[in-house]
Each structure stands twice: as structure tokens, then as C-alpha cells.
Design a protein around this ligand. Sequence first.
Ligand code: ATR
Length: 280
Amino acid sequence: MSKQSKYFLAGVMGWPVMHSRSPRIHNYWLELHGIEGHYAPIAVKPDGLEKALRALHPLGFTGVNLTIPLKEAALDVVDRVDPVARQIGAINCIVVHEDGLLEGFNYDAYGFIASLREADSHWKANAGPVVVLGAGGAARAVLAGLIQDGAREIRLVNRTKERATSLALEFGETINVYDWSQRAELLAGAAMLVNTTSMGMLGQPPLDIALDKLERNCLVADIVYVPLETDLLARARRTGNRTVDGLGMLLHQARPAFRHFFGVMPEVTPDVRRLIVSTL
Ligand code: ATR
């Protein structure tokens, strides 16, 4: 007989959802920790989101992750929203409480900062100016993480400047907005460069930015993880800069979600990283 009194169920909802790596990550950790349970991909259309979320409690699910295109819409469905998720404007993790209450979190900011700390345990957001490229959903999570971690100066640039300006209004005075044409010169004196745009992703053109002003000690991060080494990261590596790929953010955001769903805080080890790299 099993020593566990309950079979744990959780999953990821999205539309489409089969591309998600989350089932591989969570099911690997379930097996590693000897927990009886399963983490499933759940295909849910946006117009079925509310019904699907309300079904979680009667079905006995402990929670779900959310992916595109459900992350923003979930804000209007759940009963309670964590302040970080509210600031990012999207939910990527829902916890089902014992009484059925649904609480929304967003661990993308946490995952981003944790992936930087994994690359450099002493890394701090206040080490110097940070250049952030992009002003979409991913940028919101990166900015929330940087600000929470104490960033003092963020240089934000986006092809469509108005989107960056409205993010700066929302996120506060740490953020200074520049023109897209200034992106290369903004690297002078920067302690970190982060790409949050879709440039460099498989099927997209590479990010077009000159790196001649990049300081040797500038950490270069890309939230893209397919390919694992984008053209930006390859060029930064060749100039001797430290780089952080986007897979770390994906792996690290899964840790607190796993703890909510299954009661154990798992670790991002070379083994789980290798497992996911093998699927890219
Ligand atoms: P996500 O939620 O994944 O961040 P998004 O909201 O579509 O996706 O944002 C994509 C980001 O990549 C935006 O900052 C976008 O710039 P715009 O706001 O000007 O659209 C940026 N991006 C996409 N294609 C780009 C390109 N060819 N050149 C520069 N930036 C680009």
C-alpha cells in the first residue's frame, strides 16, 4: 500500500499546450522525490478558461500553471491575486486551496532573478545600470524582478517607444526610456543587458544590436531559450562576457510552483537542465 494518502494532480493550461516543457520538468521532479502524482498538459481554449479553472477543485487538482494565451485573462477569474502577479499583469501559477479558493501567482520575475543568481551567486540588480530591450509581457516580468531586487537604473528601449513609455509610467522612476536607435550606445557603463524581445528566437531574425560599447564585465541575458544560445549570447560569449540563457528562467519559475502543488521545493540540477535541453 502507498504511504501517500493522496494522488497529486497538477498541470499546465494553454492553447496550444503540447509545446510546453513544464510537464517534463514537473514529472521529472515527481519521480525524483518519490511523490505519487502527475502533471498534465491541459488544452483549454480562452473561452473555456473560467469553467476549466472552477473544475480544478472538484477534480482534486492542487494547482496549474498557465501559458499563452491564458495568463492575462486568468486575472479576472481567480479569487485572489499575489501583488507581483498583479504588477506583471499576468498569472502563470494558480494554487487551489482546500476550500476551493483560487490564488494566482507569477513566478517569471522570480525565475529570471534566480537564473541570474545561478550564473553568478553574487549578482545584484543594483550593481549598475541595466539595459532592457523590449516592452512586451516578458519585459514586464523582467522589470518587476529587477525592481524588486533593488535595481537603481534601468535603461528601457523598445522598437515601439510608446510601449516602453507606458511601462515606465507604470513601473516608476527607476526606468528611463530611450529610442530604439540608441540601443548600442546605451551599453556604455551598463552592468547588464537583457533581451526580452522575440528577436533571436527560432524562426525570427537575430537581434540587431552592435556590441562594441559592451563592457567586459557586463552580464548578457536572453529570455529566449530556443535556440539555447542565441546569436546575441554567442556574440557576447566571443567578446568574453558572461551570458545567461532563457532556460534558467523557465526552470527556476517551476520551483515555487512545484512546492505549492506537491509540497517539496525542488532544485534546478544539471540533470533536469539536460533533460529539457534534449527536447529543444
Ligand atoms: P511577449 O509577451 O513574449 O514579450 P510581445 O508582447 O509580442 O511578446 O512583445 C514582443 C517584443 O519583441 C516587443 O517588445 C516587440 O517590440 P514592439 O513593441 O515594437 O512590437 C519586440 N519585437 C518583435 N519583433 C521585433 C523586431 N523585428 N525588432 C525589434 N523589436 C521587435
